[in-house]
Ligand binder design. Sequence first.
Ligand SMILES: C[S@@+](CC[C@H](N)C(=O)[O-])C[C@H]1O[C@@H](n2cnc3c(N)ncnc32)[C@H](O)[C@@H]1O
Length: 262
Amino acid sequence: MNFDSIASVYDDTRVYDEDCFNAVLDFITARFPPSSYRKLFEPGIGTGRIAIPFAARGYDVTGVDISDEMLNVLSGKLRKNPVPRVTFQKADATHLPFADGVFDIAVAVHVLHLIRDWKKAMEEVFRVLRPDGPIVFLYTGTGSEIPDIKVRYRELCAERGYSASHIGMKTAAELDDYVTGIGRRIERLQDRWRWKIRLGIDKTLAHMKSHYYSFTNLAPEDVHLQVLKTIEHELTERYGNLDVEVDVSIQINLALVLPARG
Ligand SMILES: C[S@@+](CC[C@H](N)C(=O)[O-])C[C@H]1O[C@@H](n2cnc3c(N)ncnc32)[C@H](O)[C@@H]1O
């Protein structure tokens, strides 16, 4: 998926709870303090939604991204509120323009599912990291989609012959296998940072219709529209109308890729 078309709405459609996110940052900065892991690399830095808060915690953040528009949004933010510790350039995560071992830690957020050769991207990230450098995978949840609707969307695409699965890494198990295969270990922290929000069904459907989420780009447009029509019909039957809000539980999870135990 090309993020250029949604760059201007990206941050508004990917929100996280500030307290939860700060608690996650507290955890990461305690475990990997900037005093020992100052140079942080983020593949797929996007609008800097994650990078800027890390920089505020004392890391020197360098990011790459292939989307001009996402990087333009990041430039705009930095112009408005200069953050000295964030630098970025346009580059593909599978071909990084950096020397070996120049970073201390990497943080990757919602990116490997988008990269067909995600193992090459992992190799590149390991190449530019110091040998004992960790990779922190952070999963924030989008915060603006209703999980039931997403599951139903995928089911209906599958019924029409489209798997609606991403071109890159598809499951957590794939990452686990890869990490074990290269002799490293993975530590997962799940169900620790949670929050609840109320989301409008009509707003969620409108966001999906506009392709704000990458999974809505995996079937052809006519299938996408048919599937949304079916979902709209089902939800109208269930709730009477679509002007309804539902409680959604969201969590931030972490997967830490670490050197093998010495
Ligand atoms: C879902 S966004 C996540 C952005 C940011 N990490 C965040 O969580 O807010 C995914 C980003 O990865 C970028 N991206 C996709 N494939 C990439 C690649 N091969 N190399 C670098 N960036 C890539 C996209 O352009 C997009 O900005």
